[in-house]
Design a binder for this molecule. Structure first.
Ligand SMILES: Cc1cc2nc3c(=O)[nH]c(=O)nc-3n(C[C@H](O)[C@H](O)[C@H](O)COP(=O)(O)O)c2cc1C
Length: 398
C-alpha cells in the first residue's frame, strides 16, 4: 500500500512524500524574468515546510507568450540559466526536488504587456481579457514555438531542475491547440485529436532527442465549460498519447480563463476584481452592482470546491502506466490519505493551501493540523496581476 509520508518515485525523481506544490505563478522575478532572492527564499520556505516536490509557477518560453500577471518568470534565453541554477541549488540543498513548468500564454495575455500581438491556433477572441482577435499562427510560426519549447526543456535540464512540466492546461497556448473549443484549424495542426496533439508530440519527441531520459511531465485539462470544450473521453485519449510519446507523469486539471474560476474553484472575488482589474477600474462605481451580476454569471465556479478533478484523474489513471497527480480543492489530510492509500491517484498537488501555509505538509505529517486554512476566497488569483502572490484571506488591505 502506498503511504503519503513514505519516500516515493515520480518519473524517476525521489520525493520524501506524495504531496506536491502545484504550479503557482509567483510574480517574484525581476522585470526580465530572472528569479530574485525573495523568490528563492520563498522556495526555501516551502522546502523547509516539508513539501514533497515543488513545481514552479509557469515559466515563459518566449516573449510573445509572456503572462499578463505580474513579472512572469522567463527562460527565453541561455543567459538566464545561471539564475535558475542558483534557485535549484538552494532548493536541492534542502533535499527537495524542483520541476520547472514551462508555458506560452497564447491568447490569454495582453499585447500591452508582451509588446506583441497575441497568438493562437485559431483567431478566436478570449471571452475575458483579450483586446483583439489573436493572430492565427502560421506553419513556420508553429515551428518556431516548438523550437522555443524544446530550448526551454534543454535550459531546464542545464539549470539542474529535476524535470520539466509542459503546461497543457487552463487555455494557454498548448492547451488551446488541444481543445476543440479553441482550435478550429483545418490543416495538420487541427481537426482530429491526433492533429490537435501534433504540436505537443513534436515538442516531446524533439526534446527527448536533446535531453535523453530527463523527466518530462504534463498538466492537462480534462474538462472545459463550453459546449465544444474538453471532455473526459478526449482527455483520456490525450493522456494515452502523452504516455506513448514519452511523457513521464500527468497532472489532471480543468478550466480555461474565460470559464472564470473553474481551474481554482471557490468564491467569486468581486471586491478585488473591482479594485484592481484594468477594465473594471474604468467603469463608474455606481455600475458595479450590475457588472458584478454579469461577471458572476460568466466567471463563478460551480460547487463543490473540493476534489473537483479527482474523478477525471482517476479515470485517466485507470488507462495509464505512468503516475497521475490529482489537483484541485484538496485540503484535508484524510482526503489525501484516502487518495494515496486506495491508489486512486499516485500523487496529490495543491496550490492555494501552500500560499496560506507554506509549511502545511509538516503540519499534516506531525498531526498538528488536519485541514488547510485556505477559505477559497480566490483573491490570490486576481492579486497576481498586480504584485507577487500572497494570501489575502478574503480582504484587501486598505
Ligand atoms: C495564485 C495562483 C496562481 C496559479 N498559477 C498557476 C500556474 O502558473 N500554472 C498552473 O498550471 N496552474 C496555476 N494555478 C492553478 C493551480 O496550480 C491549481 O491547479 C489550482 O489552483 C487548483 O488547486 P488548489 O485547489 O490546490 O488551489 C494557479 C493558482 C493560483 C491560485
Amino acid at each position: 500500500m502506498n503511504e503519503v509520508f513514505n519516500e516515493a518515485k515520480l518519473a524517476g525523481i525521489t520525493l520524501n512524500n506524495r504531496i506536491i506544490r502545484s504550479a503557482t505563478h509567483e510574480g517574484m522575478s525581476d522585470e526580465n524574468g530572472r528569479p530574485t532572492e525573495t523568490f528563492i527564499k520563498k522556495y526555501e520556505q516551502l522546502a523547509k515546510g516539508g513539501v514533497g516536490a515543488i513545481i514552479t509557477g509557469y515559466v515563459g518560453v518566449m516573449a510573445n507568450g509572456k503572462s499578463p500577471a505580474f513579472n512572469m518568470t522567463m527562460i527565453d534565453s541561455n543567459d538566464k540559466i545561471a539564475a535558475f541554477a542558483e534557485m535549484v541549488k538552494r532548493v536541492h540543498a534542502m533535499e527537495t526536488p524542483i520541476i520547472m513548468q514551462i508555458a506560452h500564454c497564447g491568447r490569454q495575455t495582453r499585447s500591452k504587456i508582451t509588446g506583441y500581438p497575441t497568438v493562437a491556433p485559431s483567431p478566436i477572441r478570449d471571452g475575458l481579457y483579450n483586446e483583439d482577435r489573436p493572430h492565427e499562427l502560421t506553419e513556420s510560426e508553429i515551428m518556431d514555438i516548438i523550437r522555443h519549447f524544446v530550448a526551454a526543456v534543454e535550459r531546464g535540464k542545464k539549470a539542474g531542475f529535476d524535470g520539466v512540466q509542459l503546461h497543457l492546461a487552463h487555455g494557454y497556448l498548448l492547451s488551446s491547440f488541444l481543445s476543440p473549443h479553441m482550435n478550429k484549424r483545418k490543416d495538420r495542426w487541427g481537426g482530429t485529436t491526433e492533429n490537435r496533439f501534433r504540436i505537443v508530440k513534436e515538442i516531446l519527441n524533439q526534446s527527448r532527442k536533446r535531453v535523453g531520459d530527463y523527466p518530462m511531465l504534463a498538466k492537462i485539462n480534462a474538462f472545459e465549460k463550453s459546449a465544444d470544450g474538453m471532455r473526459i473521453d478526449e482527455a483520456v485519449k490525450i493522456a494515452k498519447m502523452l504516455e506513448e510519446n514519452g511523457c513521464d507523469a500527468i497532472e489532471v486539471s480543468s478550466g480555461i480563463i474565460e470559464d472564470g474560476f473553474w481551474f481554482a474553484r471557490g468564491e467569486f472575488p468581486f471586491e478585488i476584481i473591482a479594485a484592481e482589474n484594468f477594465r473594471l477600474k474604468a467603469i463608474p462605481r455606481f455600475l458595479h452592482p450590475l457588472v458584478r451580476t454579469v461577471l458572476k454569471k460568466q466567471m463563478d465556479s460551480p460547487q463543490p470546491y473540493s476534489l473537483y478533478n479527482l474523478e477525471s484523474a482517476q479515470q485517466i489513471k485507470k488507462q495509464l502506466e505512468i503516475p497521475v497527480i490529482a489537483v484541485g480543492g484538496i485540503h484535508k489530510l484524510a482526503e489525501i490519505n484516502d487518495i494515496i492509500e486506495n491508489n486512486r491517484c499516485d500523487f496529490v498537488s495543491m496550490a492555494r493551501p501552500f500560499i496560506i501555509e507554506p509549511n502545511i505538509v509538516n503540519k499534516f505529517r506531525e498531526g498538528k493540523q488536519l485541514e488547510s486554512k485556505c477559505i477559497n476566497c480566490n483573491f490570490c488569483v486576481i492579486g497576481i496581476d498586480a504584485r507577487p502572490f500572497k494570501c489575502y484571506y478574503g480582504k484587501i488591505e486598505k
